[in-house]
Design a protein around this ligand. Structure first.
Ligand code: MN
Length: 243
């Protein structure tokens, strides 16, 4: 079995090494990751300039740093390394819960795998000002991989790990709230500028990823590529009601 590992925090992130160390218990591992941080780049791909990759061993792992986005890394990695079975992304330094999935470069790397007909799993964890305790997370990453590898029908899964996990659960994506805010400020010259930032979401809906992680549970959210609003489509396609 071959596992390709990518991320959006960049190839030198400790989260990537932590994930690779767990993955090697399951398979042959190779790393293709961005040369600099690409967080919140979503599913961007680079098409207006060529990409290059440079061998950059990470620990004992064969690894390549790519001057592109997370999705670029997976596209290139799958092209370079034949017969990849599974793509893992992360472990991201920061959560990717609910609507944050729309911006996530971490998830985009896993999504690129799904687009290519492979399986992708994204891993994220909050940082809370300090580096995550990867030794504490490790048994849960192992257990999640055992569970998900055994479910080949799942092509794309988003996993969030709380800092001190006490269990694992399946969870829905929470979409009722959006945590993105524009915060105005001033530069040293007195000119106005803006931070696009996130604020904590207060309300959480039961059974969602955010709800699970707040309760110390690892959330696993199965995703699909089809964004179609099936309910709306059926309604719009239905013949008009007779009067
Ligand atoms: Mn990131």
């Amino acid at each position: 079995m071959r596992i390709l590992i990518a991320n959006d925090d960049g190839i030198y992130s400790p989260g990537l090494l932590a994930l690779a160390q767990v993955a090697k218990e399951f398979a042959e591992v190779r790393i293709y990751a961005p040369d600099v941080e690409q967080s919140s780049m979503g599913h961007a791909i680079t098409h207006s300039r060529p990409l290059s990759l440079r061998p950059t061993p990470i620990g004992s792992f064969e690894a390549y740093r790519v001057n592109g986005t997370p999705a670029d890394c997976v596209a290139l990695g799958v092209h370079m390394w034949e017969k990849v079975d599974l793509v893992l992304s992360g472990i991201n330094l920061g959560p990717n819960l609910g609507n944050a999935m729309w911006h996530s470069g971490t998830l985009a790397a896993a999504k690129q795998a799904a687009l290519l007909g492979l399986r992708g799993i994204a891993f994220s964890t909050p940082t809370q000002g300090s580096e995550p305790d990867f030794a504490r997370l490790r048994p849960y990453v192992t257990r999640v991989l055992e569970m998900l590898i055994a479910e080949p029908s799942l092509c794309l899964v988003n996993v969030n790990l709380p800092p001190e996990p006490s269990g694992i659960c399946w969870a829905h994506q929470s979409v009722r709230h959006y945590d993105g805010r524009v915060v105005p400020g001033q530069d040293p010259m007195g000119r106005q500028h803006f931070w696009l930032t996130v604020v904590p979401v207060e309300e959480v809906e039961e059974g969602t990823d955010r709800w699970a992680v707040e309760r110390g549970l690892v959330s696993m959210t199965p995703l699909r590529l089809d964004l179609t609003d099936a309910e709306a489509l059926n309604r719009l396609r239905a013949p008009p009601a007779s009067r």
